[in-house]
Design a protein around this ligand. Structure first.
Ligand code: ATP
Length: 453
């Protein structure tokens, strides 16, 4: 039986050691809250994003794609309410000089050890809370003036509303339909932290699903279950995932109902994705502020209405972090400790490693030949050097589901062994059937081995 041994520190160190995620600008001492994705991190996060696209664009016929600009007309943020209301309450400590979010004080660490916020200890002397706007301000064009102020988008959603009209006019879409996009968002978070969980620059995967007003509740429930199932199908253990409905006082100004998909991170239950019933708030606002009609008009019946919107808003970085955490495992092979990422094969950065047992007797050449053939089908890696056990261990740590080993027998009968990362079973497969065999395994339903036992 495997036990859950994961901690955030272990994930941070594995990510650095194996080239998934690095602290940004490290040679200059780092810049808090920014991270850079290395080779395996890029491959993993791309797989997460591709699975999200696939579930919406390929497996359905009622969602279309968009990639909108990061800098939009500044009126966007007046209309959306972000300029006035996208704030967090900020407090300063007069003693330790640190700043905290007034609504997250229970997590705050005082700058003067060992005291901790909140509390009326002599070291803690908090100011009254003041509202701090999280949007990054910038200027557009060569002259810095009031008229040139613009904002880096704090969410991708508004770009979808600004383009809604194009989809009605040119693509002749009719509700119910969704517009999806993935892109960077920026928030000047007061207290970023917990690795990539809360950063100032992050990537969102958002979809606005436009529906006839009377159908909104039904579609809200539909997306709650679709989005929950997306994570479990990709291997997140269901007992580490929950849906939590917002209380009335937690709801945003635009939302009549919101539920979060929460994951049990090592720091506790935290939001992975929010699913909101936004009503017609956004389209109404943009219609008012732009003076452009954003109604859907049925050309046959003449019926016209502003669609209501269901929004599943997920974070690509938080999802990637959840998949890393959920797959992290430690066990022993022949008395030797091993760290392994039991990632869903579809998410694994590398699907198969091709390893010659020894660096002679024609084995490297045959392994290269196999690698070149497999490359056409999937992400593979050729690794010729070092003890075979060490090479297996390296692939286990980056979550490679299958290791293909070329040995002396391979040159005689053109078969190789395929080692399974989780069961450790090794079977011999003819080289001519290898590609198809690995593709078959990749397509098969998958269940986390951490659920067994
Ligand atoms: P939180 O309450 O954790 O601040 P939020 O409710 O403000 O999150 P949303 O505005 O609903 O977040 O954004 C949708 C998704 O974008 C979140 O569920 C999360 O996955 C991701 N996200 C939001 N802020 C950040 C951030 N600072 N760093 C990384 N991901 C983020």
């Amino acid at each position: 039986m495997t036990t859950d041994v994961v901690t955030m520190d272990k994930i941070v160190s594995l990510c650095k050691r194996r080239g998934f995620i690095f602290p940004s600008s490290e040679i200059y001492g780092g810049i808090g809250s920014s991270y850079d994705y290395g080779h395996y991190g890029v491959l993993l996060k791309n797989n997460v994003k591709n699975q999200w696209w696939k579930s919406l664009l390929q497996e359905r016929d009622d969602v279309v794609a968009l990639d909108s600009a990061i800098i939009q007309h500044p009126r966007t943020w007046e209309a959306s309410g972000h300029l006035a209301g996208f704030t967090d309450p900020l407090v300063d400590c007069r003693t330790c000089k640190l700043r905290f979010r007034a609504d997250k004080l229970e997590d705050a660490q005082c700058g003067r050890k060992p005291s901790k916020h909140p509390g009326e200890t002599p070291e803690c002397d908090l100011t009254e809370a003041r509202e701090f706007n999280l949007m990054f301000e910038t200027t557009v064009g060569p002259v810095k003036s009031d008229g040139s102020i613009a904002y880096l988008r704090p969410e991708t959603a508004q770009g979808i509303f600004l383009n809604f009209k194009h989809y009605l006019q040119f693509s002749r879409k009719r509700p119910p339909f969704g517009i999806a996009q993935i892109g960077k968002s920026f928030r000047n978070e007061i207290t970023p932290g917990n690795f990539t969980f809360r950063m100032r620059e992050f990537e969102q995967m958002e979809m606005e699903f436009f529906v006839p007003p009377d159908d909104a509740q039904r579609w809200f429930e539909h997306w709650l279950s679709e989005r929950f199932d997306w994570y479990t199908k990709l291997g997140i253990r269901p007992d580490h995932l929950r849906l939590r409905a917002h209380d009335q006082d937690e709801l945003s100004h635009y939302s009549s109902a919101t539920s979060d998909v929460e994951y049990l991170y090592p720091i506790g239950w935290q939001e992975l994705e929010g699913i909101a019933n936004r009503g017609d708030f956004d389209l109404t606002q943009h219609q008012t502020f732009s003076g452009q009609k954003l109604e859907y008009v049925d050309t046959v019946t003449g019926e016209r209405y502003l669609p209501h919107v269901i929004e599943p808003a997920a974070g690509a970085d938080r999802a990637t972090l959840a998949f890393l955490i959920d797959s992290y495992d430690e066990d022993e092979i022949d008395g030797e400790p091993r760290t392994v990422l039991r990632l869903h094969p579809q998410l694994a950065p590398v699907k198969a490693a091709v390893l010659p047992l020894v660096r002679k007797d024609g084995q490297p050449e045959l392994a290269r030949e196999i690698e070149l053939d497999l490359r056409e089908r999937m992400q593979v890696e050729y690794d010729p050097g070092g003890a075979i056990g060490r090479r297996y261990r390296r692939q286990d740590e980056i979550g490679t589901p299958w290791a293909v080993t070329v040995d002396h027998q391979s040159l005689e009968d053109r078969t190789v062994t395929v080692r399974d990362r989780d069961s450790l079973a090794q079977v011999r497969v003819p080289i001519g059937e290898l590609g198809e065999e690995l593709e078959r395994r990749l397509r098969s339903p998958w269940r986390s081995p951490k659920l067994e036992g």
